[in-house]
Every structure is written in C-alpha cells, then in structure tokens.
Design a protein around this ligand. Structure first.
Ligand code: SF4
Length: 493
C-alpha cells in the first residue's frame, strides 16, 4: 500500500520494511477494541499511521485514523467508544517518506449504491498507475495517492450486482501483491493475490453454548494470539473468504497457480512468535542461522547478533558451530524516531542511539556478527566500527539472507537498485566497505533448505525471492511503463 507519488526510500535503519498490517473481526463484542489490539500486535508491520472502521448494528460505519503508533492513535476512550459495532477492519501503515497525509491512511472507505465499504490493503499493486490513469479518464475522482484506492473505483464502476462479484471483478483487473480485508453491511471479506505473496490468516474465538464464533482475518498469527483467537488456517493464494451471518465461505475465482509467498517474511518481516504458512518463524530463523554456520564457518570466540532481528539466526549459528552466543551489542528499545531533529550530526550518531557495544563481550575477541540483511551497508559499517572500537580483534560478518540485489515492488519499502550495496559490489568489495575481516551470506539453496525444501528449483521456485534473484513473478507493468526504477529493472539478467 505505498504512496504512489514518487518518494525516496525511508529506511532510516537501513532495512527493508514491511509496509502494512491488516486486521478484521466479525461478530464480536468490542470489535474496534479487538482491532486496536490486533494492530498493536502488528505494529512491526507499520509505525507511521493506523486506522479502524467499525460497523454498528444499525448498519452505520464509524472511522478513526491517525498518524503515529496504534497505542497513541487509539488511546482516547472517547474515540474507542465512538467506534461502535460487532465488526471492524483496521490497518497499520509504514509510509514511505514525505507525504504521510491522513488521506492516505487506511482503511479506505466509500459510500456506494449498495452502502458503505471499507478496505485495508497490505501489498503493492504493480499496474495501479495505469489503472488510475484509465479511471481518471473515465471521470473517477481520486481522494488519495495510494495504489489501494483503485480497488474502490474498480468496485464502483463494476457492472456486477453483488458486492463480492464486484470485488472479484476488481481483483481480476489488478496486478501485484495484495492481502486485504474489507467490510460492508453484510460481510467481512478477506482476499489474497493469486500468488499469495503477502500473508493472511483466519482465526476464530468464542462460539461456546451454541453461539456462533467470532472470526478474525489478519496478517499474522501474533495478532490472533493477542485477542485470544485460535488459528484456523492460512488463506490460500488466490482465495477470497466471505464471512457473513451464515458462516465462512471460500471462493477461488483465479484457478490454481504456483504459490510465491515472500521468503523475506521468514527472514525478517514477520514477528518471531508468528507461525507463517505453517512454519514457526523463530524456529525457521534458527535453522537459517545453522545453515549459515554450515556454509560459512570461521574460527572465532563469540557469535554476536545485531539485535533484535539477528538474534534467532545468531542462536542457530552458535548452536551449530559450537561457538558461544553473547549479546555483544545491546539495543536501546526506547528510541523514538523523532525525538531529536535529524540533523546530519545526529544522523551520524544514529546507530549509537539504537545500539551500544557490550565491551566485556567484545574486547580482545574474534567476533562473528550475525545480521539478517545488508541493504545500503551504512548501518552495518557503523556497527562494525563500534564493535572494533570496543576492542574486537577480528570481525566476521554473516548474513542470514542472500545478497539483496534487487528492489521489491510487492509491498516492501526498498531503496532503488543503485543504492543496494550487493547490487553494486562483489563480496570482497562489500567486506572492505563495511570494514570486516570476512563477509558471507547464506546461499539461496541454503535458505530454501532451511525452509525444508531440497533447494531452489529455478524452473519452479516456491517463494518470491525476487530481491535476491531478480525473478519477478508478477509483471511490473507500471515500472516498465513509467518510473525511474525502469532502468534498474532493465539491468536484470
Ligand atoms: Fe519479499 Fe523480496 Fe519478493 Fe519483495 S521481492 S515480496 S521482499 S521476497
């Protein structure tokens, strides 16, 4: 759900960033409060803005959206009291920089002939600019600059009669990645794109004493846990789920295609306590670390994670290599993004605001630093400098993803390809730039093995891994037609 105006990459901490989390609940007391809790559990998927649209028993919709964290946006009891009803949808947004205008905050809402309709979208449409151009030419008046708004207009002009058929009609016209939840006076709907790039799960709670259960659709299982819902199943790629007074209905209008779930969800995006596509994320990250140790072992005294995201992989690396695991870097969790004006001087200090060296664990040691990825390399360089300044004798960096050589167009905030360190330099050059004694990444086959596959079959890859391979499974129509990422795309072999 990125902003469609051209925006520079906003990853201050030099990571790829998930751009959104979605949550929807049907037939539950305090649906909006449950949604706020769910969004809170999904805060790692978007910290810039949040919104909830609730549907009350009289068929009226109530909405509140705000910029900032979920806890701040929904802290006022009066606001929560106004979000009445037994059904709601919500959204977390990780905005690209610049315009974080309220009009772009989701869920998007519109009044149709059939009544109100709210939609919250995780992912990125790759033909939204072209669709938007056509829709504007037909007289549609866009209110935001998000790609997600094309859903609203495609539904509005559809000639089908039912809401679900109109939505299917809209989905047939879009390309890209989407996991979405939508709400109208009649049903909660969930939908996943035909390749299932972004996650979406179904959960349930209550239902005792012959009462119907309440249903939840959300991005990750950690959001089910927080509201006490049990996991029912992942929504299939290309599946549309309609939850109404009669229960849960599944529609698969797009035929069977090979799933291409985002492999980076396992490496970094998903919360470690989530279970993604049947696989516990924490365990998977440890297995990736173990595989990394088998592939690129080196003599050392300690294995040190770059916290927090490097921790499980470092644990797996340490267990496999037999080298002690130590928290040689401590992370300050209480650094807000805006508590100091971002002058150049402060920006240079940035890494020290977030991370500090635990000197006794580093001094005189040969250190293996484990991190999940290197994007531009700026943060890695500063962390290595910090570890050396604390007295480390050697620093070997091990990365639990393959080199990120390509931008993501499917809902992840990434810099353009020219800024990706691994797209511009070979391994030795990268090691020199970052300042380490050695640098190694997990291989693509090793990553697939850690996920329980024999390796990557290039003829039939089962995940989206385009940011490591340039193998974009969904056409990049807008990119090829329009914007400045075109050049980098054309360099793909
Ligand atoms: Fe995930 Fe990378 Fe594919 Fe984007 S390109 S969806 S980050 S695997």
């Amino acid at each position: 759900m990125p902003d469609m105006s051209t925006q520079p990459w906003s990853g201050e901490d030099d990571k790829f960033h998930e751009e959104c989390g979605v949550f929807g609940v049907w037939d539950a007391t305090d649906a909006a409060a449950l949604t706020a809790l769910g969004l809170h559990a999904l805060q790692h998927r978007g910290q810039e803005a949040a919104g909830i649209v609730a549907l009350d028993d009289g068929g009226r919709f109530h909405a509140h959206k705000g910029q900032g964290l979920v806890g701040d946006t929904f802290s006022d009891p009066k606001i929560m009291a106004g979000l009445r009803g037994r059904a709601a949808v919500g959204h977390n947004r990780y905005a690209t920089t610049g315009e974080t205008a309220l009009r772009n905050v989701q869920p998007l809402y519109a009044d149709f002939a059939f009544g109100g309709f709210a939609v919250a979208h995780n992912g990125n449409l790759t033909n939204a600019l072209g669709l938007r151009r056509n829709l504007v030419n037909r007289g549609c008046l866009f209110q935001s600059t998000t790609d997600s708004e094309v859903f609203i207009h495609l539904i509005a002009i559809s000639l089908y009669s039912t809401v679900v058929d109109r939505l299917i009609d809209a989905l047939r016209q879009v390309q890209g990645a989407y996991s979405l939840v939508a709400l109208y006076n009649g049903a909660l709907i969930g939908a996943r794109d035909p390749l299932g790039v972004r996650p979406l799960v179904l959960g349930r709670f209550g239902g005792a004493d012959g009462q119907p259960p309440a249903w939840v659709l959300t991005s990750e299982t950690c959001a089910l846990d927080i509201v006490g819902a049990e996991f029912v199943r992942d929504i299939d790629a290309g599946e549309i789920i309609v939850i109404d007074a009669q229960g849960v209905h599944s529609i698969k209008p797009f035929g069977k295609q090979q799933d291409r779930f985002c492999i980076f969800e396992y490496i970094y995006f998903a919360r470690p306590d989530s279970v993604v596509e049947g696989t516990p994320v924490y365990e998977t990250r440890k297995r990736i670390g173990a595989e990394l140790a088998r592939e690129s072992g080196v003599s050392a005294d300690v294995v040190v994670p770059v916290p927090d995201s490097g921790v499980p992989a470092a644990m797996g690396y340490a267990a496999e290599s037999g080298i002690p695991f130590e928290l040689g870097i401590i992370r300050n969790h209480y650094v807000g993004r805006t508590f100091i004006e971002p002058t150049d001087q402060i920006r240079n200090l940035g890494v020290k605001l977030k991370h500090s060296a635990n000197r006794p664990m580093l001094e005189g040691k040969r250190v293996i630093l484990v991190d999940d990825s290197i994007v531009r390399g700026t943060t890695s360089k500063k962390i290595v400098e910090m570890v050396r300044a604390a007295g480390a004798r050697e620093v070997h960096m091990r990365i639990s993803s393959p080199p990120t050589t390509h931008s993501c167009y499917y809902g992840i905030d990434t810099p353009e390809r020219a800024k990706l360190l691994a797209a511009q330099h070979d391994l030795d050059e990268m090691a020199r730039i970052i300042g380490v004694d050695s640098l190694a990444y997990i291989s693509l086959d090793g990553l697939y093995r850690a996920l329980g596959k024999p390796g990557r079959d290039p003829a039939k890859p089962v995940y989206c891994d385009a940011c490591f391979t340039g193998d974009y499974a969904i056409p990049l129509t807008d990119t090829q037609d329009n914007n400045d990422k075109q050049l980098s795309l054309l360099q793909v072999g």
